[in-house]
Design a protein around this ligand. Structure first.
Ligand code: ATP
Length: 473
């Protein structure tokens, strides 16, 4: 883990954003809990996604499907047969690695050293071997390249084996009638199996979309880089159902729309890029990732996939229930094609933290603050009476009453005003509102702005409007 990521991880813990799960028992690998400010930030991100995907769009509605689904779902979706990662163990350290990740990291070393040709040759060879499901070939590539285990430093490797990423559990109390079911590894299938329910009951016409936010579970082996890759995480997915033949146009359309969304949240254009998949999943005819420049390099945050009619067709086959739509415009029955946008709420959270984390050093002072878009900041304003005397706390609490029903507000009257400003900076509060003796005379307060640290005098009656304007998206 590099230094910047380390700083962000400790900041997240220290200031109430993210803690390791069950930390008193030394944590559980790749599982995390969100703290007081973390849950606010995460909820704000989810709400913003939900509003821009459903309320603002006139042809997308939401659902909330279960985590448990009929086991045949995963047969039909292909997850039982092919949701695998190729794994390899080092015989000396007994550590397990994703074979493809070992090769990619090895290639990245050449890329950083400027040997792009060698890097491309390696990733090309890997892609061809995986495509051909040649696991022995992947092992040979790792051995021939002399790729070493980072722990033992040896290249004493086992064979490469496929490892399914789905968690399973048992339903039913006695052995005879218990059934193996899976914790969903993606939320999308809950949308596909409800396609006709939603289409009929919400009276949707193709093209239309169904959006969902919910937990997903994957038994990730390479679980590193904090909340980038978790075993329990949240996805925000939208499946857009279109007339066959129009899917690639919609695919471009959604890729652009989603890119604009990230830019509108304040992510600089040079920190985002689109990455087209050369190797397509079994269900896709086009796929790209939106990547963000994390402290550990450009990595996927969101996938845009043209999934064809693979899922609906397969569910029709396995369930023997027609998954067709009658399109009155062309007077035809067909299985719609699907364009999907899929983003992890936790990965978006990490992107947001990395992008917001700012260390400012000038000759006089240094400060750390989170430069969050006010629309997603966990706390919108802090009300800070400059002393605990002379009726200032009472006045401050009156202001809290004016604002707290519409915004998440903090009230604090202990310690020096400078310390209180610094503390709000660390959690990304855009406005600090200082209440002083003049406030009692003329009902004005001082607003101190997080990013510029500039202060201005404002009537209390303007506060609500000011905050509402700044925090709208
Ligand atoms: P990766 O290649 O990083 O494993 P993926 O291609 O398997 O990701 P998808 O199946 O397309 O990912 O999932 C869509 C989105 O869900 C990803 O872009 C990511 O934001 C999120 N996501 C997937 N797996 C995880 C995970 N283990 N932890 C956190 N977020 C995840």
């Amino acid at each position: 883990e590099n230094a910047q990521l380390k700083d962000i991880i400790s900041h997240a813990k220290e200031y109430g954003f993210v803690y390791p799960s069950s930390e008193i028992y030394d944590g559980l690998q790749a599982v995390y809990d969100y703290g007081a400010y973390g849950v606010e930030l995460k909820n704000n991100l989810k709400r913003l996604w939900w509003e821009t995907m459903t309320r603002v769009q006139d042809n997308i509605v939401g659902i909330d499907a279960s985590i448990f689904m009929h086991p045949t779902t995963w047969k039909a979706s292909g997850h039982i047969d092919s949701f695998n990662d190729p794994m390899i163990d080092n015989k000396d350290s007994k550590k397990r690695y994703r074979a493809d990740v070992l090769v990619e990291e090895h290639a990245a070393v050449f890329e950083r050293a400027g040997d792009i040709e060698k890097a491309n040759a390696l990733t090309g060879a890997l892609a061809r071997l995986l495509e051909a499901e040649d696991l022995a070939g992947v092992r040979d590539l790792i051995t021939n390249e002399g790729i070493k285990c980072p722990i033992s430093g040896t290249s004493n490797w086992t064979d490469v084996r496929q490892f399914n990423l789905m968690f399973s559990t048992q339903v039913g109390s006695v052995a005879e009638d218990s059934t193996t079911i899976y914790l969903r590894p993606e939320t999308a299938q809950g949308i596909f199996v409800n396609f006709l329910n939603v289409q009929k009951t919400a009276r949707m016409k193709v093209p239309f979309g169904i959006a969902q936010i919910g937990k997903a579970f994957r038994n990730e082996i390479v679980a590193r880089q904090f909340i980038f890759r978790m075993r329990e995480f949240e996805q925000m997915e939208m499946q857009f159902f279109v007339r066959p033949g129009t899917e690639l146009e919609w695919y471009q359309n959604w890729a652009d729309t989603r890119m604009k969304w990230h830019l509108a949240l304040g992510i600089p254009a040079e920190k985002l890029r689109k990455h087209n998949h050369e190797k397509l999943a079994h269900y896709a005819n086009a796929a790209m990732d939106i990547e963000f420049d994390f402290p550990f390099g450009f990595k996927e945050v969101e996938g845009i996939h043209s999934r064809t009619d693979f899922d609906l067709k397969s569910h029709q086959e396995f369930s023997r229930k027609k998954q067709q739509y009658f399109d009155p415009e062309v007077n035809q029955n067909y299985i719609p094609y699907v364009v999907e946008t899929s983003i992890g709420a936790d990965r978006l959270f990490l992107l947001t933290l990395c992008n917001a984390y700012t260390e400012e050093k000038t000759e006089e002072k240094s400060r750390t603050y989170l430069k969050l878009h006010p629309a997603i900041a966990p706390v919108k304003a802090a009300i800070l009476p400059i002393t605990k005397k002379d009726g200032l706390p009472e006045k401050g609490k009156e202001i809290v009453e004016l604002l707290k029903y519409d915004f998440n507000i903090i009230y604090e009257d202990a310690s020096s005003i400078g310390k209180r400003y610094a503390r709000q900076d660390l959690i990304g509060t855009p406005f600090c509102i200082a209440v002083d003796h003049q406030t009692l005379e003329d009902n004005t307060v001082t607003i101190r702005h997080r990013d510029t640290t500039e202060q201005e005098r404002v009537p209390i009656s303007e506060l609500h409007g000011r905050i509402a304007e700044a925090t709208s998206f």
